[in-house]
Design a protein around this ligand. Structure first.
Ligand code: DOR
Ligand code: ZN
Length: 352
């Protein structure tokens, strides 16, 4: 591959962290993802949350109905369950048998619809032990929630006070540190000692590769650049970009595309979440190109995720071309609209 290609062919990628919501809006957001990705890990933070195998199966069939309406035949949702203080070891084993891909840990109060999340990991010990025993991955929203911890420090404090003790207690538990945002998280995952086992990985969003916290305040408050964990300083963005483009298989693609209607973002207390699904692959290509590492995109986007989850890699190919794509100011979202990431601007790369 030359230093500045204008076209790249990739094995079709998957999105290892995605919110598609439910009801009216699901069809609109699912269309954007299914155009680019073969599979996606579907986050369970609905209202009420997806806490049991039965709820996940019902959610999966609503997703399948929407895919049918869209005429999509090749997209596979990978279902997850929401861990609570009451999740039993039996539910974990049942989930394994039912083909559930993972459990998601939301510390209570950390983000959108996380009120039913875990108040203290000590309540989950039996469930976590069962996950370790059956090889069920735990996906973590890695932020502490105490009001006295500065919002920019919540991820780093989570590593020291929750993640490292958990890994000491359950060293064979497969953990994905989701949407990492700091140098500390990137280095923690890079340097974790696993005895050669596939026990830790991290997903990285496009917004955390492309923007730092100034983007939330550029000339005024920018609610569409607000997500959780919040964007951090430039040194952290640089460390994340370094990790993503390093070819290290512990880092892979997870957009955390998190749709909220325009009115819910542009509000006195606006919701957290960036809608990146519209041209997520273009955003990642732009980030990788910015450091001359487009040749590392395929591993990050298409290989390391399925390898970690012990799923087959996709065989279909996709092509990205360097044709600037204008991003609309708004897109339909059920009866409302949504403002996509980079609305009104262009993205250099688009999917053929
Ligand atoms: O910004 C975010 N939005 N972060 C999350 O962790 C949840 C997500 C959502 O569901 O809206
Ligand atoms: Zn998320």
């Amino acid at each position: 591959m030359s230093n500045s290609p204008t076209k790249i062919e990739l094995t079709q990628p998957d999105d290892w962290h995605l919110h598609i919501r439910d009801g009216e809006v699901m069809k609109d957001v699912l269309a954007d993802t299914a155009r680019q990705f073969a599979r996606a890990i579907i986050m369970p933070n609905l209202k009420p949350p997806v806490t049991t195998v039965d709820l996940a199966k019902a959610y999966q069939s609503r997703i399948e109905s929407n895919l049918k309406l869209l005429g999509v035949t090749e997209f596979m949702p990978l279902m997850t369950l929401y861990l609570t203080d009451n999740t039993s070891a039996d539910e974990v084993r049942k989930a394994k048998d039912a083909g559930i891909a993972a459990f998601k840990l939301y510390p209570a109060g950390a983000t959108t619809n996380s009120d039913a999340g875990v108040s203290d990991l000590k309540h989950c010990h039996a469930a976590l032990e069962a996950m370790q025993a059956v090889g069920m991955p735990l996906l973590v929203h890695g932020e502490v929630t105490h009001a006295d911890i500065d919002i920019f420090d919540r991820e780093a404090v989570f590593i020291d006070t929750i993640l490292e003790p958990l890994r000491k207690k359950l060293p064979e538990l497969k953990i994905v540190f989701e949407h990492i945002t700091t140098k500390q998280a990137a280095h923690y995952v890079r340097d974790a000692v696993t005895g050669g086992k596939n026990t830790i990985a991290a997903t990285i969003t496009p917004q955390h590769l492309l923007m730092n916290r100034n983007a939330i305040f550029a000339g005024g408050i920018r609610p569409h650049n607000y997500c959780l964990p919040v964007l951090k300083r430039e040194e952290h963005r640089v460390a994340l970009l370094q990790a993503a483009t390093s070819g290290n298989s512990r880092f892979f693609l997870g957009t955390d595309s998190a749709p909220h209607a325009k009115g819910a973002k542009e509000a006195a207390c606006g919701c957290a979440g960036c809608y990146s699904a519209f041209n997520a692959l273009g955003l990642y290509a732009e980030a990788f190109e910015s450091v001359g590492k487009l040749d590392k995109l395929e591993g990050f986007a298409s290989f390391f995720g399925p390898d970690f989850y012990s799923l087959p890699r996709n065989s279909k190919k996709i092509t990205l071309v360097k044709h600037a794509q204008s991003i609309p100011m708004e897109l339909p979202l059920g009866d409302a609209t949504i403002v996509p990431l980079r609305a009104g601007e262009t993205i250099a790369w688009s999917l053929v």
